[in-house]
Design a protein around this ligand. Structure first.
Ligand SMILES: [Zn+2]
Length: 656
């Protein structure tokens, strides 16, 4: 798209305009910092330039000097210098271009190496407005550095593409709990003269997700070649001189001599600035005191604080907001307590059905023997047969005859996997060799509590229409035990579409044999047997609600070897298969957020940043409360490694 404006003055064309762009979340103190910077000779602050086109040009709101935009002589001269007069600017065009190229959903093209020609052309036209505007501001103010506090992340990504803008980005951060609290408060907008207008309020969880996502994306900027620095609002308040020197260095501003004399012991001496939009504090001049404002500590409800703390942890760790007051997660109930608060005892059946158990093992003989012993020592009154299936390993026949494991109603047989190598094929080998009424699974690093089968079979038999049963679990990880319960005694398809429900471990699965033989075996087509347990749960729940015994009757061992850290590609492929097979997942907002968030994290872990960003943005749009997109962006921005996230989650008894 060609320019429709008169050529700009020659000397303005030749030297790029140095722009100090303040990025980050609103309510992080950017207005105050901008006004301080504007006191430094050679720098001028113009507020949130991104809103100039609408709030200044179209709505004629008040400038920081107190005049309406159309009456402010500074802005009138800028309009003339930049565009030959504001009437030359088509604000509708700028708004349309912003929708096309200046949105978070464009982050793939903004950050990635591949850009469509159409996007490039629109971006060029969009940037021309900013290039001219900044050049005009430079000419009228006579200042070399233009401070823009627009803060929006996509605009920073756009501006870095311009050769006529010498961009420096200051990433301003503030404790997310303070930011989130601030956005819950109602603040009047004094720049709107013809009516009462207020700044919007947002829920803390929303602001926390944005805080994490935007900061992660801003961390990516220097890696794409942009000149950036980071400033914590709390550090600015504690040491304004030192902070301003640092920002001065970023913007190549001379802060020697008496340049910082406006910083006094009590605060800052500030004059008026022609800011086009910003925090209402921009209208107060004279002595301004500096304070951290920790009101959130007393005023942010515990619940909201917990949510914000949880949604922002990688960033908080990276920026040093960890040492402040933390809300500790509630300790999980102890095993005995959970058992005591279990459901009403279920009526036991008159005749106990026979149960076949498939125990798949690879190469963990000691753990596997523990698992086998826990099966053979069940207090189950009915007949019990076990198939130990060796997957890609030499079968150990001695297990069949070992003392205590082979009696008439406790028969053990050892098999080699005769089907597709991997967990699924091995499970099917066992299933097809069994003839019992019910089939149960146990993994070789897990173990059953002695009453597991008895409680679970009784619950299943009490529901003749039910086909599948699960139990809660205890996760042993890093010397700690974490109990994971569901809080319900039924699992429905809608729940499983929206969540993997990781407390339903495959070592607790119990099914009527017909379900896993006549209705399709365990799915061997899933890459590396990934998500096969979720697939089976979905398939079972599609037939009838799953019966769930919400007691931790299965003990699951979690360690580095069991959470597939290095199999992200297979995991991603399996999740795509599930998305295809269960269209309800893509249709449901929460389910789509979950799956896209999983994919985003999987790609981030593989270092596929562009794909990760794309999925993360889609996940955020589907459900901004979904934490996985935030974690994925944190990994993309290298705020935290995927391994670290997995370790932290595992420690809490969770998966991604
Ligand atoms: Zn003004």
């Amino acid at each position: 798209m060609a320019s429709t404006y008169e050529p700009i003055q020659r000397d303005l064309e030749d030297v790029p305009t140095r722009v100090l762009y303040v990025a980050g979340m609103g309510r992080s103190g950017s207005t105050l910092i901008e006004r301080a910077l504007a006191q430094i000779p050679g720098a001028t602050g113009v507020g949130e330039v991104v809103f100039l086109w609408d709030r200044g040009l179209r709505r004629d709101e008040r400038c920081g000097c107190g005049e309406r935009f159309s009456a402010c002589s500074f802005w009138q001269r800028v309009g003339k210098a930049a565009f030959g007069g504001w009437d030359q600017v088509d604000t509708h065009e700028v708004a349309a271009l912003a929708r096309e190229v200046d949105d978070l959903r464009d982050i793939g093209q903004l950050a990635g190496p591949i850009v469509t020609r159409r996007f490039r052309a629109q971006q060029r036209r969009y940037l021309e407005h900013y290039e001219r505007l900044y050049a005009g501001i430079r000419e009228v103010s006579g200042c070399d550095v233009v401070v823009d506090t627009s803060k929006l992340t996509p605009l920073a990504y756009n501006l870095r593409r311009s050769e006529r803008i010498d961009l420096r980005v200051l990433q301003l951060v503030r404790d997310p709990r303070a930011v989130a609290y601030s956005w819950t408060k109602t603040v009047r907008r004094p720049e709107v003269l013809d009516r009462e207008a207020y700044m919007p309020t947002y829920r803390p969880s929303y602001m926390a997700a944005l805080w994490s996502g935007h900061n992660a994306l801003l961390e990516l900027l220097p890696r794409l070649g942009a000149r950036t620095d980071r400033l914590r609002y709390e550090d600015f308040v504690a040491d304004p001189r030192g902070s301003l020197r640092r920002v001065g260095a970023l913007a190549d501003l001379d802060v020697s001599g008496d340049a910082l004399d406006f910083v006094t012991d009590g605060g800052l001496e500030l004059g008026p600035v022609h800011t086009v939009s910003g925090n209402p504090s921009r209208f107060t001049t004279g002595s301004v005191s500096l304070r951290r404002d920790d009101a959130w500590r007393g005023a942010l409800p515990a619940n909201a604080r917990r949510v914000v703390t949880a949604l922002t942890w990688p960033g908080r760790r990276a920026y040093g907001y960890d040492a402040t007051v933390e809300v500790r997660a509630e300790a999980p109930p102890r095993h005995e307590e959970v058992r005591a608060m279990g459901q009403q005892p279920v009526q036991e059946p008159n005749a106990w059905p026979s149960v076949g158990v498939v125990l798949v093992t690879h190469d963990r003989p000691a753990l596997m023997r523990r698992a086998l012993a826990s099966i053979c020592s069940q207090d189950y009154p009915g007949r019990l047969e076990v198939r130990v299936v060796f997957d890609r390993a030499e079968p150990d026949d001695s297990l069949e005859t070992d003392a205590g494991t082979d009696t008439d109603d406790r028969r053990v047989r050892v098999l080699g996997n005769t089907r597709t190598p991997g967990l699924c094929g091995a499970r099917n080998t066992g299933v097809l060799d069994l003839a019992g009424d019910l089939v149960a699974f146990c993994d070789d690093d897990d173990a059953w509590e002695p009453g597991k089968l008895r409680r679970q079979v009784a619950a299943l038999e009490a529901e003749p229409a039910a086909l599948f049963a699960t139990t809660a679990m205890v996760v042993d990880v890093g010397g700690r035990s974490v109990v994971r319960t569901l809080g319900a005694d039924r699992v429905r398809l809608e729940q499983l579409i929206r969540s993997r429900l990781t407390m339903l471990h495959s070592s607790s699965f119990l099914a009527r044999r017909a379900l896993v033989t006549e209705n399709g075996l365990v799915d061997e087509t899933l890459p590396q047997s990934m998500a096969e347990d979720w697939e089976l749960l979905l398939r079972a729940a599609a037939q009838a609600p799953i019966v769930h015994v919400d007691e931790p009757l299965v003990r699951v061992q979690w360690g580095a070897s069991s959470h597939f850290v290095h199999k992200w590609a297979d995991k991603n492929a399996a999740h795509l298969v599930l998305l295809e097979r269960y269209p309800a997942m893509a249709r449901d907002r929460i389910a789509a957020g979950l799956m896209l968030g999983k994919l985003a994290f999987g790609h981030a872990a593989l270092g596929e940043r562009r794909t990760a960003c794309r999925h993360a943005v889609r996940a955020a749009r589907a459900n901004w409360r979904e934490p996985r997109w935030v974690l994925a962006l944190a990994v993309v921005a290298r705020l935290v490694t995927a391994d670290r996230v997995m370790t932290e989650l595992t420690r809490r008894g969770h998966g991604i």
